[in-house]
Design a protein around this ligand. Structure first.
Ligand code: ATR
Length: 285
């Protein structure tokens, strides 16, 4: 490990909880391989003191932060300026602290999602057909915005609570539509991609029971959940012969522009961060 000096750049990730975040594993592996004088640390302020936490960093303590649950919406609201992806997603996963004390919010999740498709489903063209997003929380909204920006002719948001899906369609424009869970088979008809952005199964062991057999054979299925890497949803897609993209690839790909924003250079390509992340997931299991 290269020494951390008095000139070290400092960045980190903030969440509540943050202990399972893979971001320190990824960024510190890159820092070490690039022999940067830098450190990337986890922060878990009490949720009710998040605003005070961010405000304190305006004094120049840190180059930037990745932001994870439950702070992504609040991070955007606290920033002085936001990128277009952050504004469209209504959430920030990156805060950059500028020398003048102002805070810039960005969102690299959408770029990470598209890069994960490019890596694991190279034949996929977002502009070639309708894309289905399952869920209507912050993750779903960001995904819908990313696919709409990438030229998807139609984005179909399917959610248990229809009104939440409709709220996203109102924000993102005419190519984005909303359907209830009972219309999932209709939504899957002709779809080029289906992305699970719900939290179902994360906490309560519930398995998503979507009619994937209604999807075309060329449809690519993605799950933002990466623990386990092969979720029951992805396993069902595979059993139907559909190509899949996993959530770990998205996590890794969103970290790349974050690293660039904090440390001013691209992460070294030779580090197998996927293997490191897999080992860390295994260690946490
Ligand atoms: P995030 O901001 O991380 O995306 P969220 O706002 O909690 O998370 O959203 C979770 C999403 O998962 C919602 O779309 C939720 O559906 P509702 O809007 O109807 O609550 C969806 N979800 C959670 N558990 C689910 C389940 N068992 N079946 C179907 N959808 C579920």
């Amino acid at each position: 490990m290269s020494p951390i000096t008095g000139k070290a750049l400092v960045a980190g990730v903030v969440g509540a909880p943050v202990r399972h975040s893979l971001s320190p594993v990824l960024h510190n592996a890159w820092i070490e391989a690039a022999r940067l004088d830098a450190v990337y640390a986890p922060f878990a302020p009490p949720p009710e003191r998040f605003a005070a936490f961010v405000d304190g960093l305006r004094g120049g303590a840190i180059a930037g932060l990745n932001v994870t649950l439950p702070f992504k919406e609040q991070a955007l609201a606290l920033a002085d300026e936001a990128s277009s992806p952050a504004a469209k997603a209504a959430a920030a996963n990156v805060l950059v602290f500028r020398a003048d004390g102002t805070v810039f919010a960005d969102n690299t999740d959408g770029a990470g999602l598209l890069a994960a498709f490019a890596a694991q489903a190279p034949g996929f063209d977002p502009a070639a057909g309708p894309v289905v997003i399952l869920g209507a929380g912050g993750a779903a909204r960001g995904a819908a915005a990313a696919f709409a920006d990438a030229g998807a002719p139609e984005v179909r948001i399917v959610n248990r609570t229809l009104s939440r899906a409709q709220a996203i369609t109102e924000a993102l424009g005419s190519r984005v539509g909303a359907l209830g869970l009972d219309r999932a088979a209709t939504a899957f008809d002709g779809a080029g991609a289906i992305v699970n952005a719900t939290s179902a199964g994360l906490a309560d062991g519930q398995v998503l029971d979507f009619p994937l057999e209604a999807a075309p054979k060329a449809c690519v299925v993605m799950d933002m959940v990466y623990k386990p890497l092969r979720t029951p949803f992805l396993a069902r897609a595979e059993a139907l012969g559909l190509a899949t993209v996993d959530g770990l690839e998205m996590l890794i790909r969103q970290a790349v522009p974050s690293f660039e924003a904090f440390f001013g250079q691209a992460p070294p390509a030779e580090v197998d961060v996927r293997a490191l992340a897999l080992a860390a997931i295994g260690a946490q299991a």
